[in-house]
Design a binder for this molecule. Structure first.
Ligand code: TYM
Length: 335
């Protein structure tokens, strides 16, 4: 993890709902690919999850389940750190400092805040508003160079860059200003029933998403029912968002180009395409689900990995925090 010749990658997912193919194609797929070339840290961001109401026992189980799902998808704890955010208190400490460098106006422009505030009208808490500052702290505390995320995190990432630059200007060069890494295909997987909205792991209507742990028959049913548009040609056409979304999912999982896919389905029916897409998803997820089941049998092994991940992460995070505390003018901890 501490190879000084390599750049640092950081990303994270909120433990809410069910990890879905949107999360895989937008983020985790890239994480897996970056593990050899970079020092990688992958977070389960449980502090962020509290911005919407959670059932405590479910949150606890879900965090562990997400860790196992990361690993089942190919995140290798020998090469990458897997860390639960609340195990590293420095995130919250840096969050405070960065809060004082972030403007209310900036935060009110965040589209995700507006969306979530609309969805949770009875719980528009301050955490929901300052959520992107904590995300900036997650990234900056590890001096991350690269942040692989889906398209919906672009605005949050821009904020993290601005806050890093602001700190550097005010207090002298301290933070790496991170770049985003958004995949060409798969950065915006849309809902199966409402393809004008993004697929969301916490959607109440489970027919909108394919979860990584969905059994084969459920996947087949969901794809069969997915909304398609009038017309019959199987073409990548943004004007027909239903079929366009399914084709993009196909492209992203198969790694085939749009031309290859269009040629393959020329003259075929939507139903034939959907059947092939279901097969592709089922075959892709089968080994992931098998590995997940094995990992969940040995929770103490997961705990050991998390302890080692947290220990290294705390060490790295403290290095940045000590520097930050010194630069802002705090009295050093007496020795
Ligand atoms: P979250 O938990 O909403 O999503 C996790 C990751 O999945 C991507 N994603 C998608 N990609 C393509 N299509 C979709 N339909 C789709 N839905 C989700 C997201 O872009 C994200 O990469 N704020 C973050 C979590 C976070 C974080 C961080 C990310 C906290 N701290 C530091 C990176 C770095 C979030 O809520 O993601």
């Amino acid at each position: 993890m501490n190879d000084k010749t390599k750049k640092t990658v950081l990303s994270g997912i909120q433990p809410s709902g069910h990890l879905c193919i949107g999360n895989y194609l937008g983020a985790i797929k890239n994480w897996v690919a970056l593990q050899d070339s970079h020092n990688c840290i992958f977070l389960v961001v449980d502090l962020h999850a509290l911005t919407v109401k959670q059932v405590p026992s479910e949150l606890r189980n879900r965090c562990l389940s997400f860790v196992a799902q990361y690993m089942a998808c190919g995140i290798d704890p020998e090469r990458s750190l897997i860390v639960i955010q609340s195990h590293v208190p420095q995130h919250a400490e840096l969050n405070w400092i960065l809060n004082t460098l972030t403007y209310m106006g900036e935060l009110s422009r965040m589209t995700q805040f507006k969306d979530k505030a609309g969805k949770h009208e009875n719980n528009i808490n301050a955490g929901l508003f300052t959520y992107p500052v904590l995300m900036a702290a997650d990234i900056l505390i590890y001096q991350a160079d690269l942040v692989p995320v889906g398209h919906d995190q672009k605005q949050h990432l821009e904020l993290a860059r601005n806050v890093a630059q602001r700190f550097n200007t005010r207090y002298s060069e301290t933070f790496v200003v991170p770049d985003g890494l958004i995949p060409k295909v798969g950065a915006r997987v849309m809902s199966l029933q409402a393809p004008e909205r993004k697929m969301s792991k916490s959607d109440e209507n489970l027919n909108n998403l394919v979860a990584l742990l969905d059994p084969p028959e459920v996947i087949v049913r969901k794809i069969k029912r997915a909304v398609t548009d009038s017309g019959s040609e199987i073409r990548f056409d943004e004007e027909r968002p239903g079929i366009y979304n399914l084709l993009n999912i196909y492209a992203s999982i198969s790694n085939l180009s749009s031309d290859e896919i269009e040629a393959r389905f020329a003259g075929k029916l939507y139903s034939e395409f959907k059947a092939e897409l279901s097969d592709l998803l089922v075959e892709f997820l089968k080994p992931v689900q098998k590995r997940y089941a094995e990992l969940m049998q040995d929770k103490s092994h997961l705990q050991t990995l998390l302890k080692s991940g947290a220990d290294t992460a705390r060490y790295l995070a403290q290095k940045t925090l000590t520097k930050v505390y010194r630069k802002v003018g705090f009295v050093p901890y007496p020795r």
